[in-house]
Design a protein. Structure first.
Length: 438
């Protein structure tokens, strides 16, 4: 999922989910109606450097769709800081869009509301068939054993972006492959107002993505085999501490990053204030901030030792954006036509090229544009060393509760207060207590 989400109180999220009926916001159980066949509303997630940039990118494509079908699409690009709560409110009120983008990590949570159209075999046939899509992308589209709640639109994984000149100036020959190497390199760079690594410490979703990967590397998960929260295991605690220690103990992240939540880390990277950033698809935003492609390089996210791979060598969550349809749409035929259009080979190539992401549609991936050095790293990560976040109904509450705990620990580190194993475990225990009781 990309990109940012400001903190939302977990109690609000839980209460919204609890209020959803079996049919969610839908007034129909058979997949909507066709009462308004000439219009659609579409909530797009903010994929580019700004809301306005996304409007400029998407509007010509929506006009193209209108010319082909006669259906006018009303576009709203929703910031990540608002998107989840907007969607949850829509599931309870029934006042939502016809079609919307969702972070793929939310798929199972939103599926549990019953408000989204299930993509069964019949519905997939209307957009060209399920087998057009990469299997790993479909694996993050809903709970295991259920029809997907959405259709993959953009695929992404994390990579390490590094500033070539800052590395050269520090006498470092190449990007780090392990966390120990990153810290060692970082200490050489972090001086004179420059810092090694940028982070979005006040962004719960970004925090979750990184501590989830580190937990995998420590042989742990945040949920047990039955889907119950397990936030205080030794591996989970070690993962959170390792991430926060990059600021507090290792001092390779600037203390001010504890307050970052709106892509400021990318701005710092583009302005040569930091030498590295862990991000999903940064090329478009870096260019918008004035950084040329030859100024930065891309490498796999570090691991504890060895090389990226499965299990404890995982180095990214399976990131991406899915496209969903509200069950209560009053233009079900048009909504499905729009999903078909947006996931067509041509649109997949165009949009994913523009955003620097990877098409989840197999045929579109064959375009040479997705074999650049930067995208090759992301493709290989998705294929070999990425793992999906837990596809459990309480995933969104997990992101809020644990992501906020990490945010608070970053604030402690930024203030110069020690972050200990005990204090991390205490915070994670508090987060676990916020989770819904079954």
């Amino acid at each position: 999922m990309r990109r940012t989400r400001a903190v939302a109180a977990s109690a609000v999220t839980v209460s919204l989910l609890a209020a959803v009926t079996a049919c969610g916001g839908g007034s129909s159980t058979d997949g909507g109606s066709n009462d308004s066949p000439k219009t659609l509303t579409y909530w797009a997630s903010n994929q580019g450097p700004s809301i306005e940039a996304d409007k400029k990118i998407l509007t010509p494509e929506l006009k193209k769709f209108e010319k082909q079908t006669g259906i006018k699409v009303k576009l709203e690009v929703v910031p990540w800081s608002d998107l989840l709560n907007r969607i949850l409110a829509a599931t309870t009120s029934g006042q939502g869009p016809d079609v919307l983008n969702i972070g793929n990590t939310w798929s199972a949570s939103l599926q549990a509301t019953g408000a989204l159209l299930p993509w069964d075999a019949k519905n997939f046939d209307k957009i060209g068939g399920k087998d057009r899509f990469v299997e790993s992308a479909l694996g993050s589209a809903g709970a295991t054993g259920s029809d997907p709640a959405a259709v993959p639109l953009y695929s992404m994984a994390y990579a390490l972006y590094y500033n070539k000149k800052m590395f050269e100036d520090a006498g470092i020959s190449g990007p780090p492959a392990t966390w120990d190497e990153l810290v060692a390199d970082g200490k050489k760079i972090s001086k004179g107002g420059k810092w090694a690594l940028a982070a979005e410490g006040s962004n719960p979703s970004e925090n979750i993505h990184h501590v989830f990967v580190l937990a995998k590397q420590h042989g742990a998960d945040f949920f047990d085999a039955d889907g119950k929260p397990d936030f205080t295991s030794d591996g989970a605690v070690a993962a959170v501490k390792q991430y926060v220690d990059l600021m507090g103990k290792d001092k390779v992240i600037a203390p001010g990053n504890a307050e970052y939540a709106q892509n400021q880390s990318l701005q710092d990277f583009a302005k040569d204030k930091t030498a590295m950033v862990l991000w999903q698809t940064a090329a478009t935003t870096l260019k918008a901030h004035g950084m040329s492609d030859d100024e930065w390089g891309v490498a796999p996210v570090p691991v504890q030792s060895g090389t990226p791979g499965p299990d404890t060598a995982v180095n990214s969550m399976v990131a991406g954006i899915n496209m969903a349809v509200f069950k209560n749409t009053d233009n079900i035929d048009g909504a499905q036509k729009f999903v078909k259009f947006m996931t067509s080979d041509a649109e997949q190539k165009l949009l994913n090229k523009t955003y620097g992401s990877i098409p989840p549609v197999k045929a579109a991936q064959e375009d040479p544009a997705f074999n650049t050095p930067a995208l090759k790293v992301i493709r290989e990560t998705l294929a070999k060393s990425a793992a999906p976040l837990p596809q459990v109904p309480n995933e969104s509450q997990f992101e809020t509760a644990v992501g906020t705990a990490v945010k608070e620990l970053f604030a402690e580190a930024a203030a110069g207060r020690p972050v200990t194993t005990a204090s991390v475990k205490e915070k994670l225990d508090e987060a676990q207590q916020q989770m819904p009781k079954k």
